[in-house]
Design a protein around this ligand. Sequence first.
Ligand SMILES: Cc1cc2nc3c(=O)[nH]c(=O)nc-3n(C[C@H](O)[C@H](O)[C@H](O)COP(=O)(O)O)c2cc1C
Length: 242
Amino acid sequence: MKARRVGKLARNQIPNSSPSFWWQSGNGGLDLPAIQQKQFQIMELDLEGRHAGRAYALLSSLVTPRPIAWVTTLGPDGVVNAAPFSFFNVLGANPPIVGFCPGDREDGTPKDTARNIRLTHEFVVNLVDETTAAAMNLTAATLPYGESELKSAGLTTAPSSVVKPPRIAESPASLECLEWGTLQIGGNRLVIGLVKRIQVRDELFDPQTQRIRSELFHVVGRMASPNWYCRTTDRFEMKRPA
Ligand SMILES: Cc1cc2nc3c(=O)[nH]c(=O)nc-3n(C[C@H](O)[C@H](O)[C@H](O)COP(=O)(O)O)c2cc1C
């Protein structure tokens, strides 16, 4: 049988290719050659002009899925603050760094998370799985400064090892971070943190391979604005070319 072509390669020349990866319902039903032959009309959206007011909705719906940093910080009175941020990612490994962006409120004041980090320079990024997704959402409520979102969401904390803010005990994995610096860009604050420790449920860590058992880690992602999420159970492997 003649091999079907995918771009310049026949399907059977693609390393580790599997029929279920190259076409399955849900991916639009078009493979690469079909896309190349189709005539699409492209729309240009001007984020400095007509579509400036849509920047959040457009970008947060296109740049998906995003991981969620469920950040715990300590206020000056010792109250634990928790809030989710999906403008978040790991930014490098040497040294290990993460970044997330609490945008300022409309009146220009920082969100409680940013305010606490400015004072204490420490935070914990807790990761969100299917079990904790609904509780995470509850902690996005705007409470008066000094009131803990964890209590109202029925969550508990566990002590961290090298930073003062505790981790969320129900979270499958947490990153203890020291603030490296915060960049202020308009109404955004990009908080960059050095990851000092990872606290992870033992069932998720394979000591033999020193890897995370991804098949047991049911982390969720943030999808289109305003309220969409995704599960991460539909994974596929694609080996890199040598
Ligand atoms: C899944 C999710 C992701 C969010 N991501 C962000 C974000 O990246 N930046 C942001 O400023 N607010 C984000 N929010 C809203 C904040 O969580 C919300 O404003 C929260 O009240 C801030 O809490 P704080 O004032 O205690 O820091 C997100 C909310 C949800 C539910």
